[in-house]
Design a protein around this ligand. Structure first.
Ligand code: SF4
Length: 268
């Protein structure tokens, strides 16, 4: 867009006329990437900026801005600076976002270090109450030595994330599960107040093995989903009863006394 000239700040006529001087200065920086003259803008008394189109690849809408000036009562115009500036419709880089806000789960690679800010509001110093009565009740006795523990905000964050994620109750697998994790023998409740809602799956055959699952999630490998049928036993023998006869002890003949099973017929 061609800059407009404010009525209250008309550009100095001598400086505004120095288009060739400004174009030469722009070409000294941009060489063949300096296009047509787009206009001027008064910067102050005897200070004027000339704009030229920039034809640099990848810089649509950018302009070369060449500021020229002259001293009072002097006719000599000199170049102050040459810069490449974006116009109204220029293609610009997205707004810069700090790396800590750009980081996403899964970005951390092997050997990477991720510093946690000292004022991370997901954590509180361990000597303060952690807002978790169940943690506090055992932490003192056990003398746990962690410097910081999850704050209430940190716990709520984790709970929201887990509950709405793959370990929550809204996944297709959980919806079609025969029963909930909370009734499953493979469910290992976690410590702290989150134990009421979350545990870790300990079933190697479940897709959620070793992952956090909510009590109302579930999968087809639920421990009680398909209990194995009891083994089929042989029918019991007929009941023995006393018929009044003496019981005869029967001793099987010794092997030497037994006739061979198939003796040859005697000759003649
Ligand atoms: S086996 Fe299935 S139902 Fe049982 S705890 Fe694991 S995910 Fe939940």
């Amino acid at each position: 867009m061609v800059p407009t000239i404010a009525a209250a700040a008309r550009p100095d006529a001598t400086c505004a006329a120095a288009v060739e001087l400004a174009a030469d200065a722009a070409r000294a920086e941009g060489a063949a990437d300096v296009g047509e003259h787009l206009g001027t803008r008064a910067e102050g008394d005897r200070v004027v900026t000339h704009f030229f189109a920039a034809t640099l690849p990848g810089y649509p809408g950018w302009r070369w801005a060449v500021t020229v000036a002259r001293a009072p009562r002097a006719k000599l115009v000199t170049v102050d600076e040459v810069v490449l500036v974006p116009g109204d419709d220029a293609l610009l880089a997205p707004e810069w976002v700090p790396w800590s806000e750009r980081l996403r789960p899964g970005d951390l690679g092997v050997g990477d270090l991720l510093p946690t800010p000292a004022d991370d509001d997901r954590l509180v110093p361990a000597y303060l109450l952690s807002d978790d009565p169940q943690v506090e009740s055992v932490a003192f006795e056990l003398g746990l030595g962690r410097k910081r523990v999850l704050s209430k905000l940190g716990r709520d964050d984790a709970a929201d994330r887990w509950y709405s994620g793959a370990g929550g109750p809204d996944t297709p697998m959980a919806v079609q599960a025969p029963d909930h994790c909370g009734t499953c023998g493979f469910w290992l409740p976690i410590a702290g107040s989150l134990r009421l809602l979350f545990g870790v799956c300990g079933n190697a055959l479940s897709p959620r093995d070793a992952a956090v699952v909510s009590a109302d999630a579930g999968c087809g490998a639920h421990s009680e989903a398909l209990p194995e049928p009891p083994p089929v036993l042989a029918p019991p023998p007929a009941p023995a009863y006393d018929d009044g006869d003496d019981i005869e002890a029967h001793t099987p003949p010794a092997a030497a006394d037994r006739a061979p099973e198939s003796e040859p017929a005697p000759a003649g």
